[in-house]
Design a binder for this molecule. Sequence first.
Ligand SMILES: [Zn+2]
Length: 396
Amino acid sequence: MEALQKELSKLESKANLSKPSSRIDDIIKLLEDAKASIQANPSSTKLQLAKLQQAATKEVDKLNHDVKEVYKGINSYSKALDKKFKSTSLEDIADLDYDAIGPLTGLVNRAVAMHLAREGKFNVAEIFMKEVQQRNTNDETNQIPTNLRAQFETMYEIVACIADGDLEKAIQWARQNEQRLNERRSRLEWELVKTKFLSIAETEGHAQAMLYGREQFSRFLDLYKFEIQQVVTGPMFVRSETITARPYPHLQTITSAEQREQLSAFFCREYCSLMGLSASSPLYLAATAGAIALPKLVKVSSIMKDKKTAWTSHNELPVEIPLPPSFTFHSIVVCPVSKEQTTEQNPPMMLPCGHVIAKESLERLTNRGVNGSTVTMKCPYCPKECKKSDAERIYL
Ligand SMILES: [Zn+2]
């Protein structure tokens, strides 16, 4: 990587186009000056042209020399790139007989269009859908719900208000959707009102904030009594520093752009969940996870090719691919006996001693007798004995 960085800094310092471009400016000036002199004194045309030819040739030579430097830089940089990242053709490593998304083009198109819509790029999404439909009019799977655009537009309108420091629209929306948000145990409305209170305290003073709090806080008393106490008393401790400095650093206002961004992200998450959509774009998540996994898969694939072994299961990867915590959406249980990940068909079962194994492993361990349900087995992880019927399925 160091060699690459060295080449890059060389490219930036020496081989950039600033020299050639100022040289071209010089040449243009030369031509314009000559034109002006000829226009002012037509009788000197011959002399001026001779002078111009001499000067221009010199400048063009210099320009060629400068450009050569740029080409040289680009060449050695691309050589360094090739050396560092050896290209592997996907055809060499992929199992071309198995195309997982080939039959699902409609769904992929829909995912692309949905991604564009949720990014607020409505026009691009519409053009994309139009072109898809022109090619394949019968495909019903790629339709985007018609009211989606309006819903996303409202979301972006509110997010723009939050970015301007105005929370009122967001609070109104949360209030309109109070029941559904409460069903999800969402803190959205409270967080918005709390942030507004603290922002008023910071900009207009504690007294003004108290007026607002008196009006708003009673509806949150049941759920957030302790937090209300903190929020109301927090500003009393403030002297010269900002309100969030002490004594409760977790209390947020919307003074900084970062805080506004956090609040916007929280709002979008809740908004999308009420629309039945995930917080982040599935296309973005899938593509990012794929990009993280690809180098490892390429390596596995080439090792398997060398050893002439085959990838036996299409639904399971032969290696573990760790993803960042933000990509973990639910817990998984891997059976400690069979080392397989539990599924709906093969769910995790808890034995009376508290140890958990997969259902199939449990069946294998208890199947030794004639009547499976009455045979006792020893837990594979502790000395306790139990019957198959004592085990209980666990839900995560
Ligand atoms: Zn046990």
